[in-house]
Design a protein around this ligand. Sequence first.
Ligand SMILES: Cc1ncc(COP(=O)(O)O)c(C=O)c1O
Length: 319
Amino acid sequence: MTQTVPKPIAEATSLREKSWVFFNGEVVHYADAKVGLLTHGLNYGTGVFEGIRAYWNEEREQLFALSVPEHFERMHQNTRALQMTIPWSVEELVAVTIDLLRRNEYREDAYVRPLSFKSAEIIGVKLHDVPDSFAIVTAPMGLYVGNGGIRCMVSSWRRIDDAMAPVRTKCTGLYVNSALAKSEALQSGFDEAIMLSGDGHVCEGSAENIFIVRKGEIITPPPSDNILEGITRAKVMHLAQEELGLEVRERSIDRSELYVADEVFLVGTGAQVAPVIEIDRRRIGDGEPGPLTNRVQDAYLKVVTGRDPKYAAWLTPIY
Ligand SMILES: Cc1ncc(COP(=O)(O)O)c(C=O)c1O
């Protein structure tokens, strides 16, 4: 599969300034959508966001956005946790997304970033009676992590517990936790972090759900282990079971199981299906992407790029 080569920073910045965004019901240029310094969401992390990928299919000259209704359904649910309301239905938000991607004329892989945030410019930490705003921004998007085999470390940062904040949501403030883990991993020479829960169970990557393979069975932590209920996770479970005939089990995973697993892979909108070839300097399997991981990755990439007609319903064609 071809992946977009990133543009030089100056060119990318000027393209972004001129790109069309949706901001509180209007379509305006990115450069004209402004927020003030006291914005509640900026100061207190009171926002909810989504990340959606769109795949450019060169042969069909078509851009396919993946799982768009599911992302807006999750966002509607997530905003309830922060006492926010999105005044547009899932169908309306899908239509806005199609409109923006068309206006921005992408002929490359792209990313859609919906964001709902407390927009009052006030001092005071609370959730109720604080007005919110809603935006959708789009951008070109290449690889988020390598898809040929990545090296991970178990983070010294534990994943936030659901008893502390709603970890099932893509709440902006929660991403301090992810950013701490990701930087620790990158600055220690690894590609990605794997986070444990407070009680030591494997949760997920900094922005990806995790799967391990043991004796031909695919295992992933259950939602009650403080994971984000990933949309890619659900799609991968479906493909593994229905298309590849593999056993998939949700159960808690211990740290040492990572070391003895036959295969490990991370999944997410950004990461897609990323084989893990090393954790904490221990080789996973034979140190190459595993055979089941490769099958899952191939099946996933075929579907998302519009090359598997059986799963056309997972995609929204933009043009
Ligand atoms: C913390 C976290 N876990 C998991 C995921 C994967 O979720 P999804 O597949 O819905 O993109 C993401 C990415 O959005 C994430 O930020």
